[in-house]
Design a protein around this ligand. Structure first.
Ligand SMILES: Nc1ncnc2c1ncn2[C@@H]1O[C@H](COP(=O)(O)OP(=O)(O)OP(=O)(O)O)[C@@H](O)[C@H]1O
Ligand SMILES: [Mg+2]
Length: 269
């Protein structure tokens, strides 16, 4: 597919991209809600959850909330979870904390992780936050142990708030008996759903304006088709909207309609 559609519609950059800048994130009510809960979890030193369907905006929401934390006051440890064993999790955390360790001993890693976090909080007066994206991939053995990472001074000091983000099966994994110690520390949950028609219209306009186009290129039938075809989920909406622009440009149509969205939908999952 060529880029002619961009000049046809006067788009200054590829629209509906995933490389969205912090200032370009659309401040939806859901996003503000995630940020409020995120701040609350951090104040309490507890655990918070962000769940939602694939492409609903979880990672973007974490990024938005985390980038509001002032770097002189906060240190965010960002991890993309893997389905590896607990050792893999500790290795990632060790790396995020810039700890150099040769030993592969789990106890040693945990000791050094805690030592470093205590030093950051108590000596450097920095608040530490652990952000785990794709947490639904974590194994049950990780859920069973994760709470020990945030136990300081016999569990009396909440030095390490944790935000877990992931798909909806994160809730299932937290419902296991072995995950109860972790689940019992959760104080706030956000669930991102697909947006409604009005939300989708705002979203499409917003992404067009990021790409330098002020007028709405999508007619009402196209907006409805994108909202229904994506279930209101942003990533799928991005692909449908971009694909529909390409289909419309190929037919020299200056306004995108539902038929262009239908054509786009045959290309994606
Ligand atoms: N608030 C927003 N403003 C603008 N664009 C957004 C916003 N939220 C999400 N998007 C767009 O939707 C895309 C998908 O969002 P994101 O990657 O955050 O979803 P996700 O829920 O983390 O997906 P996955 O389940 O695959 O991890 C982003 O690349 C971005 O283009
Ligand atoms: Mg994500």
């Amino acid at each position: 597919m060529n880029n002619n559609y961009r000049s046809f519609f006067g788009l200054k950059k590829q629209p509906f991209g995933s490389d969205i800048r912090l200032n370009d994130i659309l401040k939806t009510a859901e996003l503000i809600d995630v940020k409020d809960r995120f701040d609350y979890v951090i104040r309490l030193g507890a655990i918070g959850l962000i769940t939602g369907e694939v492409g609903s905006g979880k990672s973007t929401a974490i990024r938005y909330a985390a980038e509001h934390l002032h770097p002189s006051e906060y240190k965010s440890l960002y991890m993309t979870a893997s389905s590896g064993a607990i050792m893999e999790f500790y290795r990632q955390l060790v790396h995020e904390l810039d700890i150099h360790i040769k030993s592969n001993s789990k106890a040693m890693m945990l000791r050094l992780i805690k030592k470093e976090i205590s030093a950051l909080v108590c000596e450097k007066k920095v608040k530490v936050v652990l952000l785990v994206d794709e947490a639904s991939l974590l194994r049950l053995e990780v859920f069973a142990e994760l709470h020990t990472t945030c136990q300081f001074e016999k569990d009396s000091k909440p030095y390490l708030p944790i935000i877990l983000a992931g798909q909806n099966n994160l809730i299932d994994k937290l419902s296991y008996r072995s995950s109860q110690p972790l689940a019992s520390r959760i104080v706030a949950r956000s669930h991102l759903q697909g947006t409604d028609l009005a939300g989708m219209e705002d979203y499409l306009k917003h992404h067009l304006s990021i790409a330098g186009v002020k007028q709405n290129l999508f007619d009402q039938t196209a907006i409805t088709a994108i909202q229904q075809g994506s279930g209101g989920l942003f990533r799928k909406a991005n692909h449908l909207a971009r694909g529909a622009l390409i289909a419309a440009a190929a037919q020299q149509c200056t306004v995108v309609n539902a038929e262009h969205v239908r054509l786009a939908s045959t290309e994606i999952f």
